[in-house]
Design a protein around this ligand. Structure first.
Ligand SMILES: Nc1ncnc2c1ncn2[C@@H]1O[C@H](COP(=O)(O)OP(=O)(O)OP(=O)(O)O)[C@@H](O)[C@H]1O
Length: 401
């Protein structure tokens, strides 16, 4: 459907943005172009709707050389969505959506009907949002209008240049999912530019990994992740390899630290002595049933008296002050065997420097700290390397035999 044949783009200053590119996007396919900033993704995309002319080579759209097609006519067949959206600020959402039908001379009634249909399709209620102006929408809503506008004349091809790049990660994921759903019914031929490998993997039927004006690999996502074609690709997808590893590496006993443990009813003098003798700044606090209650900071005991004040009512001494008077609840805990990713997420969620780890019977076994998490990751990497060596040994043995 979109075919690049040995396309090169050299800018007047001598920069070669795209070098001898050959690539074909099949009808109904969503291809993501992914690569670092400045590698030529946008240049590639803009050559398809003739915002940029190639220096050499040709681009065919449905078999037709686009250099022979009038650019205005060409762009009616190609929806274009960009990060800055580019909505007209003085036009309503309905009128923005109907931009291309307006240019095509549709009647007002037809335009409004089509625009309302499209807004509905991208998840915006036309009754509620249709008469608003772009600055009365959230960033995510503006992007939806951008997508609706690109689809207005039902073009077979969509070019999307970082369309969801300017919104926060939660909205982005939402928009990605909505777009995937839309694409599963519309089956447009889509060229989608992103610098985010996660987005490329999530959306693309195939991914073209760019490195400096050239395609390093053009394959389905699983293949790009599982069998990177070049060290460059391995490096590029490897940027989040650690995160993927976090999802598959469980917390083991050996990863845990054992801070001092005190009980709720321990006198604070005892708890203080315990922490001092172990040089610890805090201790884990368990209740009578040896279940996790929380933690006690050494600082919290600074200046605390070993005995409670006498009760004003009875005049009797109230007994020793206990850990319960100074302990804090700890909500961040996980069972042994949970993935490290969950531990990491829990630390962030609770703004905690460690999380408690419990066994199957909910007994406290130790704490995982960022250092322990790092060690656990290294353990899994070492294990992988050992696996590789084992394979090599087997191969050698077979070879020798
Ligand atoms: N008009 C121009 N004149 C000269 N060089 C240009 C021009 N436009 C882009 N370039 C250069 O061409 C190269 C590719 O740019 P391009 O915008 O295609 O990259 P990109 O991969 O889309 O980057 P980004 O993700 O940052 O948008 C860069 O080195 C850029 O500086």
């Amino acid at each position: 459907m979109i075919r690049f044949e040995n396309v090169t783009k050299r800018y007047p200053d001598g920069t070669t943005a795209v070098h001898e590119l050959s690539l074909e996007v099949a009808r109904g396919e969503l291809v993501t172009l992914v690569g670092p900033s400045g590698c030529g993704k946008t240049t590639t995309m803009k050559m398809v709707n003739r915002l940029i002319e190639p220096t050499s080579g040709r681009i065919l759209l449905d078999g037709e050389d686009i250099s022979a097609v009038d650019p205005v006519e060409l762009r009616r067949r190609i929806g274009y969505v960009i990060q800055q959206v580019g909505l007209f600020p003085h036009k309503t959402v309905l009128d923005n959506t109907a931009t291309v039908p307006f240019l095509l001379g549709w009647s007002k009634a037809e335009r409004r009907k089509r625009a309302a249909e499209l807004l509905e399709m991208v998840g915006l209620d036309p009754g509620r949002y249709g008469d608003r102006y772009p600055d009365q929408l959230s960033g995510g809503q503006r992007q939806r209008v951008g997508v609706a506008r690109a689809l207005a004349a039902d073009p077979p091809v969509l070019l999307m240049d970082e369309p969801f790049g300017a919104v926060d990660p939660v909205v982005r994921e939402h928009l990605q999912n909505e777009f995937l759903k839309l694409q599963s019914t519309l089956h447009k031929t889509v060229l989608f530019v992103t610098h985010d490998i996660e987005e490329a993997v999530r959306l693309g039927d195939r991914i073209a990994v760019y490195g400096d004006g050239r395609i390093e690999q053009f394959d389905p996502p699983a293949k790009v992740l599982g069998a990177p074609a070049t060290p460059y690709v391995a490096d590029f997808v490897g940027a989040d390899r650690g995160l993927k590893r976090l999802s598959v590496t469980p917390i083991e006993r050996g990863d845990l630290e054992e801070p001092p443990v005190v009980h709720l009813d321990d006198p604070i003098d005892k708890a203080r002595a315990r922490m001092r003798s172990e040089g610890a700044r805090w201790a884990v606090v368990l209740d009578d049933a040896d279940e996790l209650h929380g933690w006690l900071a050494a600082d919290a005991l600074d200046g605390a008296k070993g005995a409670k004040s006498a009760s004003p009512a009875t005049g009797k001494a109230a007994g020793p002050a206990t850990v319960a008077d100074h302990a804090r609840r700890m909500e961040a805990w996980l069972p042994l065997g949970s993935p490290l990713k969950q531990a990491f997420s829990s630390m962030l969620q609770h703004d905690a420097g460690w999380i408690a780890v419990l066994d199957d019977a909910d007994r406290f076994v130790g704490v995982l700290t960022p250092a322990g998490l790092h060690e656990a990751l290294r353990r899994s990497i070492d294990a992988d390397e050992r696996d590789v060596r084992r394979d090599e040994v087997e191969l050698e043995t077979i070879g020798d035999a």
